[in-house]
Design a protein. Structure first.
Length: 127
């Protein structure tokens, strides 16, 4: 069994309230780049990826699993929480646009609409 980390972009209630009050045009506001990146990746997955986007991600979940598919299952269906640890309080079910890192190999994968794609990241702290 391998160790994985799921990285997600955290969007706060304050972020949602801002977008609800300004409309989608509010995404052009300087402090909302993380929300815009999350929206783009949620719709387009790895085709919208740029390595610099990784600065908006933080570790959300630790997972013990045999494969990327199993990581997705464990953190989307939540059918064996004993193999999942929360790294931060606010984490959502793994979905399109999230990143899964295989800790042992140091490889990063974007969750796409169908499957996963290996990606490169620009962050010395994790890469």
């Amino acid at each position: 069994m391998a160790e994985f980390t799921v990285f997600q972009i955290e969007v706060t209630r304050k972020d949602h309230d801002y977008i609800n009050s300004t409309g989608w045009a509010g995404l052009k506001h300087d402090g909302m780049e993380h929300f815009r990146v999350k929206q783009d990746l949620s719709f387009d997955g790895s085709s919208a990826w740029h390595p610099d986007h990784f600065t908006h991600f933080s570790p959300a979940l630790g997972v013990e699993a045999d494969s990327l598919d199993e990581v997705f299952e464990l953190t989307n269906l939540w059918n064996d929480e004993s193999r999942v640890s929360r790294i931060r309080e606010r984490a959502h079910s793994t979905s399109v646009g999230d990143i899964i890192c295989n800790i042992e190999t140091g490889e990063y994968f974007m969750v796409n609409n169908f499957g996963f794609e290996k990606i490169e990241v620009n962050d010395e702290e994790y890469a």
